[in-house]
Design a protein around this ligand. Structure first.
Ligand SMILES: Nc1ncnc2c1ncn2[C@@H]1O[C@H](COP(=O)(O)OP(=O)(O)OP(=O)(O)O)[C@@H](O)[C@H]1O
Ligand SMILES: [Zn+2]
Length: 763
């Protein structure tokens, strides 16, 4: 584009008003808001802000009906054009420095297009609150002496204290804080104020850092391990990719205990040696001191971003990262937005984990964002896992990803043998116990040998179902379509979705029949059983109830590591990443809990979880065994996991998905409608679907709509829910459908809707 502002000034054949002539020289800022809006809105840049305005800064402008002052993000600045008549001006500029660099702005824009949400919504979520509030810093007033005073100092008569203050300031090149002046001049603040009132000194406002952070305990640095042959080959492949300075995605498929972390560390070392930075994403529950220590012991400057950081801590890390002072950022999902100035590598460990998908707007998947960021930065992305998602596995076959395989454990350790235990005829289980006969005797043997045991059960609480014998009804949350779980320790019946809780009812709320049955086994009941059966052993429980206190997670793991407890039981918190050589037995209490869910990915998840949990044992020469209790012993997900045969499992499952044209062979989005009146929601969902159908016909789009139908959880937090599944061979078609219909979505005030692109859960 040519620069029109100058040219227009000299064009005389066009009559212009003074107002317009003045505007011609002005700038226009494009602003987006934290709303589900696609468009940017234009505002005039007042002259005094010309120098400071630019993309990635927040502005206050009047917006929407009622012209309320609203904060938005400037996403671009351009010269005024005649079509920009009558623009409202920016009211205030909140940031003088950009909050993100150009590449990150491009990344956030891409997210808004890919996940069909507003760019402003993405920016709002990507930039931490602590950065926006500048937490941990405050404005202070410094004083300095103007040159005219400095030059004539000798001819200005002053009282003693004021003279002393002025002399001190004259000797300083830099502005000084009030406290420093007082201390040096041994005076109070009044001489300073008098000098200021006489205009002999000038105030300067300055933002001072006041981070009051706990110092990190120093870690002893460790040397890199010598890679084995398999690791070396994987390392060489990744290093070659790094050196090409081109983007590529590598799937590091390595069985549990194959030493993937060591490869991340050594490839990052290469990147750091170029003065560049790396980001390592891990699931939040894997951000254990053990993981963190592994990185801190190898690099001088590691930032760990987890959800417990205060605003000030987050801001401090953000600044350190921005300045390039951090070599490695280790963090959960949102660490993908760490503002590293010269990113050299992104690693995602456990790429199959669900928690990389954000379940609130913007509903991004960190893996997809990482891929786009790596493309923009022209750097490699490494996805590490023992159980790749089918999305990633298919991309390997389509040659979009490079496969790096490590099928063996380090030190030639074998993968542990897995025994599938059919519990349907087990005498103990049929009597309501959690631990069957086979598992119990394996536990006794293990304990006699001095080994440690991990027991995995994916249900917290005591009993997940309370059931009335007479009327046959379960006790449900009044606000959700979910049965309440009995938490015996707190004496409550709790909804695991909305936290609704009541004292456990003594009779059926439905038919008043006294004496309810408690069915099913949660981690608390399992704990009770273990304590009864193994009363001379110390047992630890880890689930979100027992681990709500900050730091308790780490404490428990340390006790177990030190061998001060022999049994660790818990939910998926204990399924991943743990590396305890003395664990020689793993028990999966109920492999079926994940299996029978109305979700396309139920089998895939079952396979992943069993593989991960099984991977916690056999990690030393002491060996290890796994017992998987199930009522579906023939289920391929369980059989294949027991055989450690990911490739065989993937082959069969992918064939099945292909025959259904289900993801990953098609792309999917899910539209969820919710409202307090069931009929309203249903009627609205139908109306909405009709509009989409019209577009599909008009534009002949190859898109399939399934539904609308009640969502699997038909009521949640007092809202009735319907969902509509949208499928297409390419995501672009779904984007097109949405964008073309958007302006015609039926209006409503009683029903809300959201779109979840490439959903991770179907609840
Ligand atoms: N080359 C090596 N020589 C000796 N020990 C190694 C080597 N590489 C890794 N190890 C050790 O092997 C163990 C397993 O490694 P690591 O935890 O990296 O495996 P992983 O593939 O990430 O496993 P998981 O997927 O189960 O978390 C660790 O204790 C690690 O220190
Ligand atoms: Zn509820």
């Amino acid at each position: 584009m040519s620069s029109p502002s100058q040219r227009h000034l000299f064009e005389t054949n066009e009559l212009t008003s003074w107002e317009e002539a003045a505007q011609r020289d002005q700038l226009v800022a494009d602003v987006v808001f934290n709303r589900p809006l696609q468009a940017a809105y234009s505002y005039l840049v007042p002259n005094e802000l010309r120098e400071w305005i630019g993309p990635a800064r927040r502005v206050k402008v009047s917006f929407g009906r009622g012209n309320q002052t609203t904060v938005g993000f400037c996403v671009g600045v351009r010269p005024w054009e005649p079509t920009n008549r009558k623009l409202k001006p920016i009211v205030e500029l909140l940031d003088r420095e950009p909050l993100l660099d150009d590449k990150m702005m491009e990344l956030t824009r891409w997210i808004s297009e890919h996940y069909l949400c507003g760019w402003g919504q993405v920016l709002e979520s990507v930039i931490p609150a602590g950065v926006k509030k500048k937490s941990g810093t405050r404005m202070v007033t410094l004083y300095t002496v103007p040159d005219r005073v400095r030059q004539n100092r000798d001819s200005i008569p002053l009282p003693l204290k004021q003279a002393r203050v002025l002399d001190i300031l004259c000797q300083q090149a830099e502005p000084m804080a009030v406290e420093d002046i007082c201390e040096k001049a041994e005076c109070g603040t009044s001489p300073i104020h008098s000098l200021r009132d006489k205009k002999l000194i000038d105030p300067v406002r300055h933002r001072a850092e006041q981070f009051d952070l706990e110092p990190l305990e120093p870690t002893q640095q460790e040397l890199d391990l010598t890679l084995n042959e398999e690791q070396q080959a994987a390392f060489d492949k990744i290093i070659t990719a790094i050196r090409t300075q081109q983007h590529s995605t590598m799937l590091l498929h390595g069985v549990t205990g194959s030493g993937k972390t060591e490869i991340y560390i050594q490839t990052i070392r290469e990147v750091v040696s170029y003065g560049k930075q790396a980001i390592v994403l891990v699931p939040e529950i894997s951000l254990t001191p053990q993981t963190i220590r592994r990185f801190r012991r190898r690099f001088d400057n590691v930032a760990v971003l987890h959800s417990h950081l205060t605003d000030a801590e987050r801001h401090w890390h953000w600044q350190q990262i921005t300045r390039g002072e951090v070599q490695v950022v280790v963090g959960a999902r949102s660490a993908i937005f760490a503002p590293c100035p010269q990113l050299g590598l992104i690693v995602i460990d456990e790429e199959h984990e669900n928690t990389f998908k954000q379940e609130t707007t913007p509903r991004y998947h960190a893996r997809e964002v990482a891929r786009h960021r790596a493309e923009l930065e022209k750097i490699p992305l490494v996805l590490g896992t023992a159980t790749p998602t089918f999305e990633s596995w298919l991309k390997v076959h389509q040659k979009e990803y490079d496969l790096v395989s490590m099928p063996k454990r380090v030190a030639k350790l074998p993968l542990p043998p897995v025994v599938i235990v059919d519990v349907r005829n087990d005498p103990q289980i049929t009597k309501g116990a959690a631990i069957g006969r086979a598992l119990e005797s394996a536990m006794r043997l293990t304990l006699n040998d001095g080994g440690q045991i991990i027991l995995f059960l994916n249900l917290r609480g005591f009993s997940p179902t309370m059931w009335c014998k007479r009327c046959g009804k379960g006790i449900q949350c009044p606000d959700c379509d979910i049965t309440l779980t009995w938490h015996k320790d707190k004496q409550i019946a709790l909804c695991h979705s909305c936290d609704y809780q009541i004292p456990p009812p003594t009779s059926c709320p439905n038919c008043d029949h006294p004496g309810l049955r408690f069915i099913g086994i949660g981690t608390q009941k399992l704990e009770q059983e273990v304590r009864t059966k193994f009363s001379n052993q110390k047992c630890l429980r880890m689930d979100s109830d027992s681990m709500s206190k900050r730091g308790s997670h780490d404490e428990t793991l340390e006790i177990f590591r030190a061998g001060k407890a022999s049994i660790l039981l818990g939910t998926q918190m204990i399924a991943k990443g743990l590396d305890f050589p003395n664990v020689t037995l793993v028990g999966v209490i109920d492999a079926d809990t994940m299996l029978h869910q109305p979700d396309l990915r139920a089998t895939e998840r079952t396979f992943q979880l069993i593989s991960q949990v099984a991977g916690r044992t056999g990690r030393s020469s002491r060996g290890g065994r796994v017992f998987v209790q199930t009522a579906s012993p023939g289920e391929p997900a369980i059989v294949k996991a027991a055989e450690h045969d990911y490739i065989g499992f993937a082959r069969n499952e992918l064939r099945h998905r292909h025959s259904l044209q289900a993801p990953p062979f098609s792309k999917m989005a899910r539209i969820i409608f919710r409202g307090e009146a069931e009929q309203d929601v249903q009627a609205y969902a139908l109306e909405f679907t009709k509009k989409l159908k019209e577009t599909i016909e008009k534009e002949s789009l190859d898109v399939l709509l399934l539904g609308p139908a009640p969502a699997p959880i038909a009521k949640l937090k007092r809202h009735f829910r319907f969902h509509l599944q949208v499928r297409a061979p390419q995501l672009e078609l779904i984007h097109q459908l949405w964008r073309s219909t958007e302006s015609r979505f039926p209006k409503t005030s009683t029903v809300e809707f959201i779109i979840d692109v490439e959903p991770a859960n179907m609840r």
